[in-house]
Design a protein around this ligand. Structure first.
Ligand code: ZN
Length: 160
């Protein structure tokens, strides 16, 4: 890839993150939520509450509330868009793919980039460890919500 192509790609990625950061999708609450969790990234001040409606082993609906930097909000926006309609096991697998992409921990598995699709825009934050926590916060919160038993007393999760 030429330097110019890489720069163009980086601009495109930034556009997607800025767009979702400014106009987050799925922002709000879910009346029919079956799973909830709260996530907190004290390093940056990002906080979010994720609500899921899980039925028949699938994520029927997803929404989030909270406040944080553009990267954390964009990540929550893109994540909720992506997991809606997805099987729970598939969503958990996507967490691992996303985590591998951003942390570089563990060998990339076949199909990671294809499965992540637009979520690959966050690969650029890998160079900034403090930003990795912003981008992965919604995903850690997703795993906490899926592991939870119900909508009461949401567990506090930390990416520490
Ligand atoms: Zn942040």
């Amino acid at each position: 890839m030429t330097g110019q192509a890489a720069a163009d790609l980086r601009d495109l990625y930034q556009d997607v993150i800025l767009d979702h950061g400014k106009r987050p999708r799925n922002f709000g609450t879910l009346a029919a939520a079956s799973h909830r969790a709260a996530g907190d990234n004290p390093l940056c001040g990002d906080r979010l509450t994720l609500a899921l409606e899980v039925a028949g082993g699938r994520v029927a609906d997803a929404a989030f509330e909270g406040a944080g930097c553009a990267i954390s909000v964009a990540s929550a926006s893109l994540m909720t868009d992506r997991i809606k309609g997805m099987g729970v096991a598939e969503a958990e697998e996507l967490f691992h793919r996303f985590h591998r992409l951003l942390t570089g921990e563990g060998a990339a598995a076949a199909g990671d980039l294809e499965a992540l699709g637009k979520l690959a825009v966050f690969s650029g934050v890998r160079e900034y460890p403090i930003r990795v926590k912003c981008a992965t916060l919604p995903w850690h919160t997703l795993m906490a919500a899926l592991a939870g038993e119900g909508a009461e007393a949401p567990p506090e999760v930390s990416t520490e």
